[in-house]
Design a protein around this ligand. Structure first.
Ligand SMILES: *Cc1c(COP(=O)(O)O)cnc(C)c1O
Length: 381
């Protein structure tokens, strides 16, 4: 293991508990797909997938084929769906690894069918329906029905499921998903009227899973909630989810700085009084954003401490209190929590997102590979 004094810590018991808490919110027979794209939202796709499957998830979702193959190479045999677009030349690899792909228009269907004819076995596919996001999918009218007919007769494709994705499920207004869900169900109705079987139906992301039970259908696709960040943390069952990821480091230096001195590049922070300054060996190249400079807070000794000056590529400084008293408030080697808990204090991905003007998704997926991942399991001890 790397000896670097900075790391990402992932609590796999939180992944299991979040999976179970979500399953508790689903009706009988509704399946749970653990979305582990982007290296499991930065948590490590293979350990997260294993933990979630152990707790009752039965499907895995990824964005690209390479992510699916990584799961297969690790020996994971559960069904895996690639949610994004896959070029037809990858069809043979998908068949060989028994990975399901998304098809999003009629031309795709023909190209994938032709490509899959070179593999032994049929390519499993889910038809994506665009109900208002205008990203990927067939339009739920005549064009969609033509694509569905083409899919049903494609000899080398196996129509396994049909799905849509909501653009605004995180909004409190129910109307944000009502229209898209109705369009999706209307399309499914017309598919069945045409004598076709749309397979497994799925629509809900985390927000819809907790707010729109009518959108659960046959399966929900749980992403951010799996990692402990529901759209509204106070809400009902979503309140039982807990964050799985922490980012920690050890102080590289603690020293008193006289009044009137500038900290870090550009001198954007000047001490107003003598101040204890700690140096943290993590920087923007690790995913601790430059926009956190003079804004974010970290935890040292169980309290929140402010970032002082600009974040550098590999380090940043924090204010540890007035240097009036001669005894340092912390020592070299002490633990600093950049994200997570320390005693009763905590910094969440929501806090960091607010400081950086972004969303927790971007914070969680932004920690670079330079930070080693450490897995802990508080329940197994
Ligand atoms: C990423 C993704 C999800 C998961 O979304 P969350 O908001 O993280 O739950 C679900 N469905 C699709 C198609 C996705 O791309």
């Amino acid at each position: 293991m790397s000896g670097r004094p900075a790391w990402v810590e992932v609590d796999l018991s939180a992944i299991r508990d979040n999976t179970k808490a979500t399953l508790d919110a689903l009706g009988p027979g509704v399946r749970l797909m653990a979305v582990v794209k982007a290296d499991g939202y930065g948590h490590g796709s293979v350990p997260v997938a294993r933990a979630s499957l152990a707790a009752g998830a039965t499907w895995l979702g990824v964005a690209i084929l390479d992510e699916a193959l990584e799961l297969r190479e690790a020996g994971i045999t559960a069904p895996v769906l690639v949610l994004g677009w896959t070029p037809p030349e990858d069809a043979v690899r998908a068949v060989r690894s028994s990975v399901s792909l998304t098809v999003a228009d009629e031309a795709d269907i023909d190209a994938l069918d032709a490509a899959a004819s070179r593999a032994s076995g049929r390519l499993r596919v889910h038809l994506k329906v665009d109900t208002g996001m205008n990203r990927l999918g067939v339009r739920p009218g005549g064009a969609g029905l033509d694509a569905a007919r083409a899919l049903a007769r494609a000899p080398h494709l196996l129509w396994e499921g049909t799905f849509t994705h909501f653009a605004r499920a995180d909004e409190p207004d129910e109307a944000a998903t009502r229209g898209p869900l109705a369009r999706f169900l209307g399309f499914i109705h017309s598919v069945r009227q045409a004598g076709l079987d749309p397979g497994l139906l799925h629509a809900a992301n985390t927000a819809a899973t907790f707010r729109r039970p009518e959108s659960h259908l046959d399966m929900v696709r749980l992403g951010i909630g799996l990692y402990g960040y529901p759209p509204d943390p106070g809400e009902g069952r979503a309140g039982r989810l807990r964050p799985a990821l922490a980012v920690k480091a050890r102080l590289a230096r603690v020293h008193p700085v006289p009044a009137g001195e500038a900290i870090s590049y550009g001198g954007t922070y000047v001490t107003a009084e003598p101040e204890w300054i700690g140096t943290v060996p993590v920087g923007y190249a690790d995913g601790y954003r430059r926009s956190f400079g003079n804004r974010a807070e970290v935890l040292v000794g169980g309290s929140r401490r402010p970032v002082r000056g600009r974040v550098c590529m590999d380090q940043f400084m924090v204010g540890l209190g007035p240097a009036a008293s001669p005894s340092p408030p912390a020592a070299t080697g002490d633990e600093v929590v950049l994200l997570g808990r320390q005693g009763a204090a905590r910094v969440t991905a929501n806090d960091l997102a607010a400081w950086a003007g972004t969303i927790p998704y971007e914070i969680l997926t932004g920690w670079s590979r330079r930070l080693p991942r450490r897995y802990v399991d508080v329940q197994k001890g």
